[in-house]
Design a protein around this ligand. Structure first.
Ligand SMILES: [Zn+2]
Length: 168
């Protein structure tokens, strides 16, 4: 899938996103097309838009992290959209999957957002030891993830199928 460059409203380059994400941002009026592939259009149902090479955000967005994001508790909560990795309810704490007491690191791949109740219940145990299951795997956020979360677009959101059938 080809990538589209995203500019902030101030024209500062922010990130790249997949063509599908770029089209969704344009359809949601969150971005405008600055540069498009000549002669290529996306047509489906009620949609007819140019195939964007560069889009610019309609409103200025302060992006929470850029390039390789340094780990932080706040960053983990933002990445996980304040949803508990064990029960899906609102999370206010950060849990170490491999507990620090057992040598677990402060890292993107070892930490998840957790509600206080599940964090307390899990204590200094791994999910296996505590008989708890992670609803999703922790991941290291990319600049595109950061940008999409700043725009309020769910990072792992499903997109319409027809966006997969674009001209190459
Ligand atoms: Zn929970």
């Amino acid at each position: 899938m080809r990538e589209t460059l995203v500019l902030n409203a101030s024209f500062e380059p922010l990130s790249t996103v997949s063509l599908r994400r770029a089209v969704v941002l344009v359809m949601q009026d969150k971005a405008v097309v600055e540069n498009a592939h000549p002669g290529l259009r996306i047509r489906a149902a009620s949609v007819d838009v140019p195939v964007p090479r560069v889009i610019r955000l309609s409103r200025y967005v302060r992006v929470p992290f850029r390039r390789r994001a340094p780990w932080s508790r706040r960053g983990v909560l933002v990445r996980d959209q304040h949803r508990c990795a064990y029960c899906g309810r609102r999370a206010t704490t950060v849990d170490h999957v491999m507990p620090r007491a057992q040598g677990g690191a402060d890292s993107w791949l070892n930490t998840v957002a957790s509600c206080a109740e599940d964090n307390h219940r899990k204590a200094d145990r791994t999910p296996e030891q505590a008989g708890m299951r992670l609803l999703r795997k922790p991941f290291e956020p990319t600049p595109a993830d950061a940008l999409l979360s700043a725009l309020g677009v769910s990072v792992r959101e499903e997109l319409p199928d027809w966006l997969g059938a674009l001209p190459a």
